[in-house]
Design a protein around this ligand. Structure first.
Ligand code: DX5
Ligand code: ZN
Length: 214
C-alpha cells in the first residue's frame, strides 16, 4: 500500500499540534516538511527550529524536503532537529562531487536521503545517483507553493523510475497537486509515497481524504 505524507505547508501553524494530531489519527504515514529559502524557490516557509519542535510532539517519520540553495551548509542542522530523511534538489547542486558529498553526509548520520527533480528535469539526469539514494521525489508542480494543479508529465517519470527499481532499491515519492484522481494515476504508475498538502488540510474530513489516496 502507498504511504501518505501530508505536507504541513498547508497546516495552520497557530494550531500546529492539533493539526499534527488530526492527521495522525486520520491515518497519515509520514509528515512532509517543506523548507523554502526565497532563493531556490520564490517563497519562504520555515527552517530547522520548527522541525525540532515538531519532532518533540510526534512520532511520525519526518520527511524533510529542502527547496534551498546550498543544502550542504544547512543539512546538519536539519539532522540535529530530528529529520528522518533529507531530500535535496539536484538543480540546487553545483557539481556531481557536491551531490556525492551531501549523500555521504546524510548517510553517515544514519538518515535516509532523497533526491528531487523539478518538472523540467529528467530521470536520466539523476540515474547515476539511484544506487546511492533511498528515495526519489518527483515534483508534479514547480516547487514553491501549495495548491497548484498537477502536471501529468510526472506520471511518465514515475513509470520510468518504477522500471529502474528492478536495478536499484529506492522509494518513489510524488509531490504537488495530489488528490484522489491524480493520486490514482501515480499509484497506477508505481508510486510509493504520495505527498498532499491542500487536499488533506483543507478537507472537511481528513480521514476520508487520506483514505482516498491509499
Ligand atoms: C510545493 C511543496 C509541496 C506542497 C504541496 O513546492 O513541495 O509539498 O506543499 O502542496 P499541494 O498538495 O497543495 O500541491
Ligand atoms: Zn514538498
Amino acid at each position: 500500500m502507498v504511504k501518505v505524507a501530508p505536507s504541513v505547508l498547508s497546516a495552520n501553524f497557530a494550531e500546529l499540534k492539533k493539526d499534527l494530531d488530526s492527521i495522525k489519527e486520520s491515518g497519515a504515514d509520514w509528515i512532509h516538511y517543506d523548507v523554502m529559502d526565497g532563493h531556490f524557490v520564490p517563497n519562504i516557509s520555515f527552517g530547522y527550529s520548527i522541525l525540532n519542535d515538531i519532532s518533540q510532539v510526534t512520532d511520525l517519520y519526518l520527511d524533510v524536503h529542502l527547496m534551498i540553495s546550498h543544502p550542504i551548509q544547512y543539512v546538519e542542522q536539519f539532522i540535529k532537529a530530528h529529520a528522518s530523511s533529507i531530500t535535496f534538489h539536484v538543480e540546487a547542486m553545483e557539481s556531481e562531487e557536491q551531490i556525492r558529498e551531501l549523500i555521504q553526509i546524510v548517510h553517515s548520520q544514519g538518515i535516509d536521503v532523497g533526491i528531487s527533480i523539478k518538472p523540467q528535469t529528467s530521470v536520466q539526469d539523476i540515474e547515476k545517483y539511484l544506487e546511492d539514494v533511498d528515495l526519489v521525489l518527483v515534483m508534479s508542480v514547480e516547487p514553491g507553493f501549495g495548491g497548484q494543479p498537477f502536471q501529468k508529465e510526472a506520471v511518465d517519470k514515475i513509470q520510468q523510475l518504477s522500471q529502474l527499481k528492478e536495478k536499484y532499491d529506492f522509494l518513489i515519492e510524488v509531490d504537488g497537486g495530489i488528490n484522489a484522481q491524480t493520486g490514482l494515476l501515480c499509484r497506477d504508475a508505481g508510486v510509493d509515497v504520495l505527498v498532499a498538502g491542500s487536499y488533506i488540510f483543507h478537507a472537511e474530513d481528513r480521514k476520508k481524504a487520506i483514505d482516498s489516496l491509499k
